[in-house]
Ligand binder design. Structure first.
Ligand SMILES: *Cc1c(COP(=O)(O)O)cnc(C)c1O
Length: 236
């Protein structure tokens, strides 16, 4: 990537990414329907502030503690915080207070713990069910067959609101195989929407493959590197 492809000014980077995203959406016949989550893990609160000043509202974080600190530092900017990293059940209480969305719900225990911990004054916590589409051992996400039961459990939880599905397909070098994973997710999402018509979010696609994900029906893409530049190595 040349310097011209990746301008150093956050507002210019955001505008460029938005153009690519709008172009991909238009090609898929879905102009304006794809939302952008800026993935700010390992980036400073100042970097988030700069992107917020350029108009970005929704930010994604992988670690509960790191997000809690940034949220506190940037309180008052009206930002929306999404947890996209693996969630341990002993972090559910803090996660339910720090985040507006938890995208990584992949087991019943998390549903129960988040519902118990959410302050009803704050309104429902938005939940995506994370599905492991490639069946890679040791990866987060429930099996596709488990989505329906988990979805029903979220719907029954009064302080949670089911919004859809999230997945991180393996970055397979073969574009056909990547595209197939996105298409399978879209199929699972359509099935979920049939049973739960309020569901509206299919979170898939990252810096390297978001155009492919949008072509297959993503409604929310999660972009880190293409917005902030490379992550500091140690914590990536
Ligand atoms: C880090 C991360 C991203 C962003 O990845 P980039 O390749 O930097 O765009 C998206 N989703 C999840 C779950 C992540 O952990």
């Amino acid at each position: 990537m040349s310097a011209a492809d990746n301008p150093s000014d956050p507002a210019a980077r955001l505008a460029q990414l938005r153009r690519r995203l709008d172009h991909a959406a238009a090609l898929a016949g879905r102009t304006g329907e794809v939302a952008l989550l800026a993935v700010s893990k390992t980036q400073s609160a100042e970097a988030v502030r700069a992107l917020a000043a350029a108009g970005q509202r929704a930010f994604g974080e992988n670690y509960v503690q790191e997000a809690a600190a940034k949220r506190a530092e940037l309180a008052g900017l009206g930002l929306e915080w999404h947890l996209i990293g693996h969630l341990q059940s002993n972090k559910c209480a803090i996660a339910a207070s720090v985040f507006d969305w938890v995208q990584s719900v992949d087991r019943a225990k998390l549903v129960d713990a988040l519902d118990a911990a959410r302050d009803p004054q704050r309104g429902p916590l938005n939940v995506l069910i994370q599905v492991a589409i490639d069946d890679e051992p040791g990866k987060s996400g429930c099996r596709p067959e488990a989505v329906a039961d988990l979805a029903a459990r979220v719907v029954a939880a009064p302080r949670l609101r089911l919004r859809g599905l999230m997945a991180i397909p393996a970055p397979h070098p073969d574009v056909i195989r990547r595209r197939r994973a996105f298409a399978e997710l879209r199929g699972l999402f359509d099935r979920m929407r049939f049973h739960h018509p309020g569901v509206d979010t299919l979170s898939m696609g990252m810096s390297e493959d978001f155009e492919l994900a949008v072509a297959e029906g993503a409604t929310l893409v999660r972009i880190g590197t293409a917005l902030f530049g490379p992550r500091p190595k140690a914590a990536a």
